[in-house]
Design a protein around this ligand. Structure first.
Ligand code: S3P
Length: 212
């Protein structure tokens, strides 16, 4: 009898947890990290779970420029791209709370980084070199990787950028598996961060994120 009551109580508690409000982020959540870690895929799914709009900074840059990123690099060079990237991201950070995925070089810009620190919560999505390589090799629209040895290029970028990505508020390892597992990790890390930095702001129960 006691066991039956305990099981019913657990079911009741579980149903309360399942209907709890989603985690509420008081700030925009910005994904940073190298090419191929899955910022757009994970960002889009996270936005759904947080019930927030999702914005992809690279797409916004292309729309603002009226051409693709490879075309911007080809016609105007990387410096021009970086200036546009900074302008677009600073503008996007003025938008109401949303989930923003940024291109791998965006966080390297000091002004962009400072504004992200002021206005948003940054999540460094990190992945294995082999995993990144596998993912980036599916597409040819990343000018920095149109080189003879993309592995060496990624290694060079890791050495250069990891010390800066480390400044992000949260670091999450992206796994080679169902994206929802990585999204669950981000949600848990985000909730822990919010509880630590602003205990009144986060609503939600961590366990449900992993289970859903
Ligand atoms: C870049 C990453 C790309 C894009 C551009 C430059 C970089 O975005 O912004 O090709 O410097 O790492 P993703 O990280 O989304 O591939």
């Amino acid at each position: 009898m006691r066991r039956l009551i305990a099981a019913a109580t657990r079911r009741f508690e579980h149903s309360i947890m399942a209907s709890a409000q989603p985690l509420r982020s008081p700030r925009t959540v910005v994904f940073v990290g190298l090419m191929g870690v899955g910022k757009t895929c994970i960002g889009r799914r996270l936005a759904q779970r947080l019930e927030l709009p999702f914005i992809d900074a690279d797409k916004e840059i292309e729309e603002a420029a009226g051409c693709t990123i490879p075309e911007i690099f080809e016609r105007h060079g990387e410096k021009y791209f970086r200036e546009g990237e900074r302008r677009v991201i600073l503008r996007l950070l003025d938008n109401p709370v949303h989930v923003l995925s940024t291109g791998g070089g965006a966080f390297m810009d000091p002004q962009t980084r400072t504004r992200i620190h002021e206005r948003a919560i940054s999540v460094w999505l990190r992945a294995d070199l082999d995993l990144m390589l596998r993912r980036v090799s599916r597409r040819s629209d990343r000018p920095l990787l149109q080189v003879a040895d993309p592995r060496a290029k990624l290694e060079e970028l890791m050495a250069l950028r990891y010390p800066v990505y480390e400044e992000a508020d949260i670091t999450v390892d992206s796994i080679d598996g169902p994206p929802d597992v990585t999204v669950g990790r981000v949600l848990e890390a985000l909730e822990a961060h919010l509880k630590e930095s602003d205990p009144g702001a986060a609503i939600g129960l961590g366990a449900q994120w992993a289970a859903r």
